[in-house]
Design a protein around this ligand. Sequence first.
Ligand code: RIB
Length: 290
Amino acid sequence: MITVLGSINMDLAVVTASFPEQGETVLGNEFATIPGGKGANQAIACAKLGSNVQFIGCLGRDRFGEQLVSNLQSHRVNTAGIQFVDAPTGIANILIHNNDNRIIVVPGANAKVTKQQIDEHWHMIEKSKIVIMQLEISKDVVAYAIQKCSESNIDVLLNPAPAQHFSLEWMEYVTYITPNEYECQQIFQRPYEQVVAEYPNKVIVTLGDKGACYHDGKNLVVVNGYHTEVVDTTGAGDTFNGALAHALTQNYTLTDAVYLANIAASLSVEKFGAQGGMPTFDQVQQRLNK
Ligand code: RIB
């Protein structure tokens, strides 16, 4: 069982030929309202690969909330840990241009996840092989959950996105942490090569289409990415995290798990939307066998 504790958003995605400058209006090409949120994306990435997944989070009592809970359910994610609260469902305003995106998240209901919710659903969480978290819900709640998991010897995979400062005490409690290069610099204030060496087999830095790297205690291990035609990079990091958690719970070695996660992420960028290109295990296998 994998538990995801985190955010659920409706993504308001605009494809544009150029990003507007300050004070400028530009005409966009395409608009879509599609399920997203780092937590929900990671949960669906695991579920599509075949893991049993349960979700702890909050949605608003509104149309987006209804759509997003049924989307999770349609991917066989157990939603018993989702609470409906008096706040609008979280949204993400996403501008997509030229293989790049800019995202503004308005947390809404996501900010209503509480420590009490963790306690109330602890009977579910404690059955997990790994718990995945990100930083789109309250940092206090994340801190509480990682400490509780650590006390119960439950592995934690923390995806520290969006980048935020947190107490480095957290590093004792997390099993894996997966910043990208930018987040790594923001959080640790030093080059990622130094950070991975300080935290062997724990810090895994994603390097976009170059793959990902970690330190095994002796050497820097770079696991190459798979170059492909990019349609939309939104959710690639989430696919990486979901696939990594799936592989780790299937007892892959860290190198093999990172490799599988890279392949899954490469498939995810070939389709539009955060969840649109997330692969099944068979699709990953086909690419692995190429
Ligand atoms: O990582 C991509 C996700 O970030 C989007 O789906 C958006 O909702 C934001 O949370």
